[in-house]
Design a binder for this molecule. Structure first.
Ligand code: IVH
Length: 678
């Protein structure tokens, strides 16, 4: 380092202050809710510029500089520190009755019947810390420990971008203990685990464990590399004046440089608390970080002081817990399901357990690698996680002392449905049944897909009915759907004459289709709706696609070597060509077109939005027509939207379009507009 003792110029001092401000700001954007405004490279550029200035004028390098956050000397061990004021825990409420009882207890104690004001905020699922600031400078950071004393983790907390090294602003108390939670946002956690997996390291079970593990590092450079955030939620020991409500204290903390919850809200009475709870529980899954409940605190500090504490928890606060998203249970067995493309998915059969608000008795084990990674056996105690609408998963195995009752999970060598060999293609993790459409499981899934709404859209032909048709031997190939006699249909369970008539009518109606729908319905691997549309647009006619080689296929938008390979191979198999022929013979038809270059389509580059109800055509049909003309159809309006088609009942999207002065068409104008292209 070329340290200099020369006096910094006024310009250098000003630039240093500006860079410090910018870096602190971007640190915050990056760590808070993962919303960086500048690229990593841009951040590095600012960082390096500051570092160079500090190297030139060493007096500019202060300990609170953003350059001083990383790469501090490894600690030999964490020493113990005594908190200036003990760190308390919280009582829990598990239902609305507990909350009502909590509110009543307070009123009884205060001998008052007035509605109480509560401050509400999420209960972060991380690690509690206490930060001691003297004259606004961070002096010490400590874990909660036993509440009275914790571990000194100053070196590590100093690397966390959202923890100010120096408080800025007015009326900062001379001594201030700030309490808060350090956690890892979900996105950062996913990235960290992905990196761990790539390096063959053991991933963390959940963001909380990852945060704890990252803080407990003796080398603070490791902590610095982890995406940690701290949210302040309280104060401990204070020498100086603070406002008289909890919410105002948090506002001060925010002004001085801390992150406080964006969800912070003051409500009236227990009713207000319950509303807040329900509202945030709905959005729990959409938050950028894990929370395990809501913390309600009496907002008035004088009332808090009057209420005081019982043993280790304040009387004036409570944590209303959400149903746990992780629970332990026993793995009773594993079944292997066969999907549409033959993929074999191990499904865990569990001792039923209440988790994430529902009783769970099955969970996915994804694939063979996942079973190995977890090292799970039948009979093990496992941690099951169910978050939001996500399929329940097994995230960890609890080490067992008694291993004699455990049974290893054997991945099948042959398909459990058709007995064809199970194969794993080179470079793939997924094992597949090689039986193709010989396999009844694959056939069922293929037929379900064929009939589904985005494919041939056969109204009334749901998954259950497909299973019945295949099980009864009425449908062996997809084309058989169109020849099942009415009396056989009507004789199926839960079917009758009328429903059979309806199904036949729906099957008939589905015969008039489009090439993109038909292509998608064939269920070619990796050919989703968008690829099917691009293929159809590019080649115009099915025969052109059937005869295209992989080079020709790769000329299509978004078709790379993998998709081209799957399409090419699909049409090299006689059974598939036969199936296409049979379907055409059954009456399936579409309009064949001349091949077009996408760039020639009239609406290329335009984004349209459909909102409200359309009366002369279905929303899907309108969407397809626009896409066939090259437009993109989006779900929300932005300044980039080219035009909004608004039917009756259009609401916020129409309002937004008007605000942004985006073109708006009613249905009549839209129909006329489409007519011009026919
Ligand atoms: S206030 C005296 N607010 O929950 C009040 N705690 O058992 C002290 N926690 O380990 C706690 N989010 O780390 C409070 N918004 C929040 C919180 C919160 C998470 C944790 C805290 C403590 C535990 C309480």
């Amino acid at each position: 380092m070329s340290d200099s003792i020369s006096q910094p110029t006024a310009q250098a001092v000003a630039r240093c202050a500006e860079l410090t401000k910018q870096l602190n700001y971007h640190n915050k954007q990056y760590y808070l809710l993962d919303q960086p405004e500048i690229s990593d490279a841009e951040y590095d550029r600012l960082f390096q510029e500051l570092k160079k200035l500090e190297d030139t004028y060493s007096s500019l390098r202060v300990s609170s500089s953003p350059t001083q956050r990383v790469g501090e000397a490894p600690l030999s061990a964490f020493e113990s520190v005594v908190h200036e004021m003990p760190m308390l825990s919280l009582d829990n409420a598990f239902n609305e009755d507990d909350m009502v009882a909590f509110d009543k207890r307070i009123k009884d104690r205060l001998k008052s019947d007035e509605t109480l004001e509560y401050s509400c905020e999420p209960k972060f699922d991380g690690i509690a810390v206490s930060l001691l600031y003297r004259m606004g400078t961070l002096e010490r950071g400590a874990t909660r420990g036993d509440g009275a004393s914790g571990e000194n983790i100053t070196q590590n907390v100093r690397t966390i971008g959202s923890i100010p090294l120096q408080l800025a602003g007015e009326e900062i108390p001379a001594v201030l203990e700030v309490r808060g939670e350090i956690f890892m946002p979900k996105a950062g956690f996913e990235k960290l685990n992905k990196r761990a997996a790539e390096k063959g390291e053991k991933p963390f079970v959940n963001p909380r464990n990852a945060a704890a593990g990252s803080l407990r590092q003796l080398d603070s450079a490791i902590t610095a590399s982890r995406p940690l955030v701290m949210c302040a939620y309280n104060v401990g020991y204070v020498e100086g004046e603070l406002p008289k409500t909890h919410s105002q204290i948090l506002s001060c903390l925010k002004e001085w440089g801390f992150i406080v919850s964006e969800e912070l809200k003051v409500v009236a009475g227990v009713e207000g608390c319950l509303d807040y709870y329900r509202q945030l529980e709905q959005r729990r899954g959409a938050l950028a970080y894990d929370i395990d409940g809501i913390v309600f605190k009496i907002n008035s500090i004088p009332l808090q002081q009057q209420l005081g504490f019982v043993s280790r928890a304040p009387r004036w606060a409570i944590a209303h817990k959400f149903p746990a998203q992780e629970e332990m249970t026993t793995l009773n067995g594993v079944e292997f399901q066969v999907g549409r493309t033959g993929a074999i998915t191990p499904v865990a059969r569990l001792q039923p357990v209440f988790v994430g608000g529902v009783t769970v008795s099955n969970a996915t084990l994804h694939n063979r690698d996942e079973i190995e990674r977890l090292g799970v056996c039948v009979g093990d105690t496992v941690v099951v996680r169910r978050a939001g609408d996500v399929i329940p998963q097994i995230v960890a195995v609890v080490p067992s002392k008694i291993t004699s009752s455990l049974k290893a999970i054997e991945f099948p060598q042959h398909c459990p449905v058709c007995s064809s060999p199970v194969e794993t293609a080179p470079g793939e993790v997924v094992a597949r049944c090689s039986g193709g459409l010989i396999c009844e499981a694959q056939r069922k899934e293929a037929i379900k897909h064929f009939a589904s709404r985005q494919a041939m859209d056969v109204d009334g032909l749901g998954d259950k009915l497909v299973e019945q048709l295949v099980d009864a031997g009425l449908v062996k190939q997809i084309a058989d759907l169109f020849t099942v006699p009415k009396d056989k249909l009507a004789a199926l369970e839960r079917m009758a004459e009328k429903s059979a008539d309806n199904l036949l009518a729906a099957l008939n109606k589905s015969k008039n289709t489009t090439l993109p729908r038909f292509l998608f319905a064939l269920g070619i691997r990796e050919v989703g709706q968008a690829t099917a549309r691009n293929l159809a647009q590019h080649f115009g006619k099915l025969d052109n696609i059937i005869h295209a080689d992989t080079d020709a296929l790769q000329l299509v938008d978004d078709v790379g070597p993998v998709v081209a390979h799957f399409v090419y191979e699909f049409f090299r198999q006689n059974e598939n060509l036969q199936a296409v022929d049979d379907l055409k013979k059954a009456g399936i038809n579409w309009e064949e077109k001349e091949p077009v270059e996408v760039a020639e389509l009239p609406l290329v580059g335009q984004t349209w939005v459909l909102t409200g109800t359309l009366e002369t055509m279905a929303r899907d049909e309108a969407k397809e027509k626009l896409q066939a003309l090259g437009a993109k159809v989006a779900g929300s309006v932005s300044a980039k939207t080219y035009c909004v088609v608004a039917g009756p009942g259009a609401g916020s999207k129409l309002a937004k379009a008007e605000k942004l002065e985006v073109n708006v068409m009613d249905e009549a104008a839209f129909v006329q507009f489409l007519g011009a292209f026919e």
